[in-house]
Design a protein around this ligand. Structure first.
Ligand SMILES: Cc1cc2nc3c(=O)[nH]c(=O)nc-3n(C[C@H](O)[C@H](O)[C@H](O)COP(=O)(O)OP(=O)(O)OC[C@H]3O[C@@H](n4cnc5c(N)ncnc54)[C@H](O)[C@@H]3O)c2cc1C
Length: 400
């Protein structure tokens, strides 16, 4: 158990800054600037007026992301901490953080690959076999395979123990999957999905769930883009009708799906908690200076509030990274982050004023992207209310 009085970070500062400089140099030579015509940092925000337009935009977004991920891989910057037999470099975790932090400063994005880069490795390292890791992880790093999550259903969102999609063993091996999923991001451009399905009875609740690796490009998988209230498309519903999962597509044992799901959601919450808005306060100060309003008392108040949120988030993440026991760490980080992202995007619109409506401007573009993305952060990966429940129960020991 680490000493709680010890400094939260003992990273080799010199080694880190050398690596940072090398990574920065590579990005400066290879990545477009934010707000430049080549900027694709918002490419993952796919929203279209027709289903056809949505599919076309989604394909564009994924091909741009694949190409960028491949460049990161070729430059030796993808999967720094992953073991070499799974396509990585076996370097310490902080090197991945450095790459992610540097990437957030440029007009690039790997968010379309988030499930593959964050959730799949956590799940396979925690519960998968060596064969599953060796088969599925390297193509993610090379930008070849994109992944989505088939979790939510019409009757199971916050309460995933209520999942009704059924997986039945078939003669000759493997599983047949039938059911309906909803709110699936990137379903139409993913080769594979992490799927949660029921292998036991309904009465068994969470003990009757299992987790699978499902190939999306097969006849039993019908993907239908969902039309939203605004008329735009963003999500999909996915109908599974006798979709096949081979024998080696089961993660863990039958009935262990809830444990796998917990790992998946914890990694999703941690990934969301470390997202691009984590550096908002520093960037808001830069914005206020650029616009010459850093002396305005209202702006200064917004900057101070953002700095306090960011420092709290930083200290919490550093304590977690240093191995200190932090109760309900994932839910707390995710909640702090989603609030920080939302409030910082609001602060940016106050600072920008009318410029917040100009989408192709180098200064306002990154903030508009965040403003549009922030509301979804309150729901995706578990809603803010669910995080508060988890903090109350697991963090504070309050009754359910
Ligand atoms: C940007 C985004 C991306 C997403 N991507 C995916 C994806 O790729 N794959 C996927 O499977 N799903 C995805 N989702 C769905 C997401 O996981 C669900 O929306 C979320 O889990 C909530 O479920 P629900 O929508 O069914 O709402 P519900 O669970 O019906 O909740 C409705 C409201 O009730 C509240 N509530 C529910 N239960 C409780 C409780 N016990 N205590 C207090 N309040 C409660 C919730 O906080 C919410 O405000 C995505 C959602 C978003 C916004």
């Amino acid at each position: 158990m680490p000493n709680p009085a010890a400094p939260v970070s003992d990273l080799p500062a010199e080694e880190r800054s050398e690596f940072q400089a090398r990574v920065h140099e590579w990005f400066a030579a290879n990545a477009p600037r934010k707000g430049s015509p080549e900027d694709f940092s918002a490419v993952h925000i796919v929203s279209a007026a027709t289903a056809e337009e949505y599919r076309a935009q989604e394909q564009h977004a994924i091909s741009v992301t694949r190409a960028w991920q491949r460049r990161l891989f070729d430059a030796g910057l993808a999967g720094r901490s992953w073991r070499p037999e799974y396509g990585g470099h076996g370097a310490p975790d902080w090197q991945d953080e450095v790459v992610i932090e540097e990437q957030a400063r440029w007009g690039v994005s790997t968010k379309m690959f988030a499930v593959g880069l964050e959730m799949v490795p956590a799940v396979l390292f925690g519960h998968g076999t060596h064969e599953q890791r060796a088969t599925f992880l390297p193509p993610i790093l090379r930008g070849e395979n994109s992944w989505c999550q088939l979790l939510s259903e019409p009757g199971a969102g916050s309460d995933l123990a209520n999942v009704q999609t059924r997986a039945t063993p078939v003669d000759g091996g493997g599983w047949s999957v039938t059911g309906q999923k909803v709110w699936t991001s990137n379903a139409g451009c993913s080769e594979y999905a992490l799927l949660i399905a029921r292998t036991g009875s309904r009465e068994e609740g969470r003990a009757g769930l299992s987790c699978f690796l499902l190939a999306m490009g097969q006849p039993g998988v019908d993907i239908r883009p969902l039309r939203q209230m605004s008329g735009a498309y963003h999500f999909n519903e996915v109908f599974l009708d006798d979709a096949h999962v081979p024998e080696n597509g089961l993660i863990g044992a039958p009935g262990e799906g809830w444990a796998v799901l917990r790992t998946m959601l914890a990694s999703e919450r941690a990934a969301i908690g470390g997202g691009t808005s984590a550096r908002s306060a520093t960037q808001l100060v830069g914005l206020a200076r650029t616009l010459g309003c850093d002396g305005d008392p209202v702006v200064r108040d917004l900057l101070a509030q953002a700095a306090i949120r960011e420092r709290t988030l930083d200290l919490l993440r550093a304590r977690i990274a240093a191995g200190h026991a932090v109760a309900a760490a994932g839910p707390t980080t995710k909640l702090l982050y989603s609030e920080h992202a939302r409030l910082s995007a609001d602060a940016a619109t106050t600072i920008l004023g009318m410029a917040a409506t100009v989408v192709d401007d180098e200064v306002s573009a990154p903030w508009i992207e965040r403003l549009l993305f922030a509301p979804g952060l309150r729901l995706g990966g578990g809603t803010d209310e669910i995080q508060r429940n988890a903090i109350a129960e697991r963090g504070l020991g309050l009754p359910r």
